[in-house]
Design a protein around this ligand. Sequence first.
Ligand SMILES: Nc1ncnc2c1ncn2[C@@H]1O[C@H](COP(=O)(O)OP(=O)(O)O)[C@@H](O)[C@H]1O
Ligand SMILES: [Mg+2]
Length: 277
Amino acid sequence: METQNQELESLKQQLKQQEKLASLGMLSAGIAHEIQNPLNFVINFSKMSDKLLKDLTEVVEDNEDKLEDADREEIEDIVADLKENMAKIVEHGERAISIIQGILLVSRGKEGEFIPSNIGRITKEYVWLSYHAMRANNKNFNIAIHEDYQADIPMIMVIPQDISRAVLNVANNACYSVWKKAQDTDGNYAPSMDVKVSYDGKDVRIMIKDNGVGMSEEVKKRLYDNFFTTKPIGKGTGLGMGITRDIIENHHHGRIELDTKEGEYACFTFIIPARLK
Ligand SMILES: Nc1ncnc2c1ncn2[C@@H]1O[C@H](COP(=O)(O)OP(=O)(O)O)[C@@H](O)[C@H]1O
Ligand SMILES: [Mg+2]
């Protein structure tokens, strides 16, 4: 009776957490979707303004003889500056769009399908997505990313949006960790992340190592617990590693290896048995 009650209680807890997860996913997908439209406006109007500047340049050229040299030069300088500004707006707007699309991809609720996927490309894309998202929020954030993608890895059967999500979670944690360490140390610290994807004919390995704050025994023990976070409110949900483990171990029958030294580094490796098409 006692154990039955306990089981029931733990089932209830699990359900509650799943509900929270699902609503969190839907919320972020909803927000991402809403932001996409105004962002598209920003980008399209910048492109239109760029065309208008071309028209303006033509008008100035047609009327060259009516303008003082100094005036003409000033107009040309201003037009050149405006063009540069427009290009910046488009470039950064598109970056924001790609971040939004990443969010939409990872927060989409439906069960994914196994399809032949390029693991190196997915890893690269989501490591950089994480980098850009971090940069967008912290102007002074920087990190050297060293990448090593083994050539000619065959297409592997995975659920691509799941693998993206797992890579994004671990890369986000890595970025945060080096950022945290940079806040707490002075000058000489050089934040870095090593990314390596390899295939030995049997397993695919995705390794992401950061030289950030690392983990204590205490943190290591609770790492995969849902809602366990050492981040301040608003920065962490404590869901990332639980989701990541579910993806790698349950969905892909792989395992996660962790090597870490407190204050020095953390290295996560996803080891996934490769199923070829
Ligand atoms: N690369 C890392 N370096 C140091 N600590 C980490 C790293 N990855 C995860 N952690 C620790 O594990 C905790 C849980 O991670 P996670 O489940 O992704 O949740 P969140 O990122 O929302 O805190 C983090 O708060 C942090 O304490
Ligand atoms: Mg996380």
